[in-house]
Design a protein around this ligand. Sequence first.
Ligand code: FES
Length: 107
Amino acid sequence: MAKVVFVHPDGRREEHEGSDGQSVMRVATSNLVSGIIGECGGDLSCATCHVFVDAAWAQSVPTKTAAEDDMLAVTAEEPTEFSRLCCQIYCGRETDGIVIHIPRIQR
Ligand code: FES
C-alpha cells in the first residue's frame, strides 16, 4: 500500500491509500477525488488525469514517455514542468506519500 496526498486548487488536502501497482488516477477515481476524471481509463487518450506532481516528488516518478508528452500538449489547463498524466504514475515504495496537485480546469 502507498499513500497519495491530493491537494485541491483551494489548498484542501485529502489522503488515500493505493495498492502497489495501482495508478494514481485509479486511486483518485475510486475515491471520488474531484478534479481528476480519467475518462479513457488510462489508455493515454484523454488527458483528463492531468496533475502537477509536487516539486519535492518530481524525481520519484518515472520519466515521461513520448506518448504521455504528446497528450500533455492537449490538457485543459496549461501544463508546467511538473505536469504529468496520473494514469502513468503508479503506487509503490518510490511514490509512497507522493503529493499531487490538482489543476483548476480538467476539461
Ligand atoms: S486517464 Fe486518459 S490519459 Fe490518463
